[in-house]
Design a protein around this ligand. Structure first.
Ligand code: IPE
Ligand code: IPE
Ligand code: MG
Length: 249
């Protein structure tokens, strides 16, 4: 599996909007939760594959601030799955040296989910081969609002000077503080939108959209996305010739 990645650049940070579980289930005339369950198998597969190929940060969008507006049965089903996943994965994450973090409003999650989440975060805090960020009750706008509030509070206390607020100051106050921005942002499930995901951090991510629904997105599809990523030229505002000149040096 790994062979055809030779000579390919592995993105340091991959972020994924895991979309399409509900439609995947509906196509099979099954309840939406059946799709979410199948989606958990994709999560396991992709976490393992990403670690294997040397991704440093993997961010998975599992539940958005807007997803709280879904029918309560679906929300509680998703919370139940999250709890089961975390309890079942702790040993696996630890033995694979994967550090779990949560991006989002952990305080809004049900107590029993929070407990296992906090336990897993604490128990994997010393792991360093890969960082797994689960975006849970995550919203990019709330993240920015909270960062602005904390920066403003720092200014009021005299710890920060408003004239010295830089892009780095903002990055340092986001959930992803200290982590490289995503290089590759994948969305499965056929929609072409960000849905409030990593609004600040994704400013120069390469976007990859696929119609494949999340339960069908496995190692092979991840490799394909990485191959496409390798065909892109990241210019960061410069010209193609400039970038080629740099590469030739
Ligand atoms: C993504 O799949 C999982 C979550 C948002 C929790 P969806 O549940 O959005 O699936 P579709 O988009 O309805 O098919
Ligand atoms: C985005 O998917 C959120 C997650 C994958 C967790 P949605 O299904 O909620 O996005 P919209 O509503 O189609 O934009
Ligand atoms: Mg969806």
């Amino acid at each position: 599996m790994i062979d055809h990645l030779e000579d390919q650049l592995v993105p340091r940070h991959i972020a994924i909007i895991m979309d399409g579980n509900g439609r995947w289930a509906e196509e099979r005339k099954r309840p939406r939760l059946f799709g979410h369950k199948a989606g958990v198998d994709s999560v396991r597969d992709i976490v393992e594959a990403a670690r294997e190929i040397g991704v440093q940060h993997l961010t998975l969008y599992a539940f958005s601030t807007e997803n709280w507006n879904r029918p309560s049965g679906e929300v509680s089903g998703l919370m139940g799955l999250l709890k089961t996943y975390l309890s079942a994965e702790l040993e696996n994450l630890r033995s694979n040296d994967i550090r779990l973090r949560c991006l989002g409003q952990a305080e809004r999650l049900p107590m029993e989910v929070r407990q296992v989440l906090e336990q897993t975060i604490a128990d994997t805090a010393g792991c360093s081969t890969m960082n797994l960020n689960l975006a849970l009750s995550y919203g990019g706008r709330v993240e920015l609002r909270d960062a602005i509030r904390r920066i403003a509070a720092g200014c009021e206390r005299g710890e920060l000077n408003w004239e010295e607020i830089s892009e780095q100051t903002i990055s340092d106050h986001l959930y992803t503080a200290g982590q490289a921005d995503p290089d590759l942002l994948i969305r499965t499930g056929g929609e072409h939108r960000l849905s409030n995901f990593l609004l600040w951090q994704a400013s120069y991510a390469e976007l990859y959209f696929t119609d494949t629904k999340w339960p069908d997105f496995r190692k092979a599809q991840l490799m394909e996305a990485i191959q496409v990523f390798n065909q892109r030229q990241r210019r960061f505002g410069r010209t193609g010739a400039q970038v080629q000149g740099e590469a030739g040096k």
